[in-house]
Design a protein around this ligand. Sequence first.
Ligand code: PMP
Length: 460
Amino acid sequence: MNYAPKPNDMTALIEADRAHVWHHLSQHKAYETVDPQLIVEGKGMRIWDARGKEYLDATSGGVWTVNVGYGRTSIADAVRDQLVKLNYFAGAKGSEPGARFAQKLIEKMPGLTRVYYSNSGSEANEKAFKMVRQIAARHHGGRKWKILFRERDYHGTTFGALAACGQPQRNADYGPYPDGFVEVPHCLEYRSQYPDAESYGIAAADAIEAVILREGPDTVGALCLEPITAGGGVITPPAGYWQRVQEICTKYNVLLHIDEVVCGLGRTGAWFGYQQYGVTPDFVTMAKGLASGYAAISCTVTTEAIFDLFKSDAADPMNYFRDISTFGGCLAGPAAALENMRIIEEESLLENTQAMGLRLRDNLLALMERHAAIGEVRGCGLFYGAELVADRKTREPLAEAKVQAVVAKCMELGVIIGATNRSLPGLNNTLTLSPALIATEADIDRITDAIGQALTSVLG
Ligand code: PMP
């Protein structure tokens, strides 16, 4: 088809999209009756669609990414300057923005020293998985090769990452998967039968120990967890959980891999989510907010001790990390990430996230008093979930159609919010809120006002 849309012909553009684009995570049958939505512009917290409608974005680009907001010309300038100077060189060579950004990042991550570049969250996680496997092969005689992951956590879309996926409908149909990925139970306290958070927290962590003992500690190499489970329900860890997890990892010599793809770069009000819990990881992976979506970049960050395991002399010529990411050498990534970090620091966005996060929490708790459908509010910083229930006593999840109707009503009111992905049968009932770290009090109030109106409109 010879299709040449004129720049201003948005109807033609929408038809071009309908005819040729396969959207992520979408049931395209729906587009037979409604238009696909094209987002064409953004500034600060606001975006505009192809029809010119304005929205306040409470999702940071749909999937927790645009941490510093839209339309940042200083990031565009930094990227442009770097691309003009040198756009790319990969292989075994380093680069100017790569070295600068790694140094800056490491300043915020005490105990960690080494940054490995790639370009998506999935890929960053795969790198850590491969490092664990190579350590097992080269240093543990092939033992310690298993990687534990948690029910409800998500680590990406590639086969290794899907093997480590705690959301069943995300990885159904695409197997078989590589061996050696083993699930541990989730840590959502809401429907647990424990008398208090602390005893639940310890029990949830002990459940990980039980899996290690069942599998055999000498077979388990690493445990991969999100600091706060994101798409699986915004699950904040119960009291005592992380401390106990750390003890268990130390006891059984299991490397701790923390997936900060969502929580990293300020989302929770700290540079990294794990820093809220005083944990010492062996691997930290990050992507989304790392360059706020201005360039594709991800990092696998680790310790000097791990790095040293890959150094040896001619006696073992295979013992280096035999991995490359072609576009991990694309220099727009670290150039954008460096400017992104500068903005977070200079505009005190961690402090803003903490303050606005408290307001978001207070507003949601106030909504909870007026709307019985809100069963629980969970989160930290500018990262919140409001779990919707059909009945507060039984905690039965609200039907997905109703949750989606609340999201759609907010959109109609000009506010974009999210909901936990449709991969959790019966548990796709949590509204998710992750506005950019630049959100103001007025933005937060508008978001929660829209949710209140939507709840009234959908549920009465
Ligand atoms: N880890 C987590 C916690 C995520 O939420 C995601 C993406 N939603 C990923 C990893 C995968 O990142 P990407 O889509 O960039 O591969």
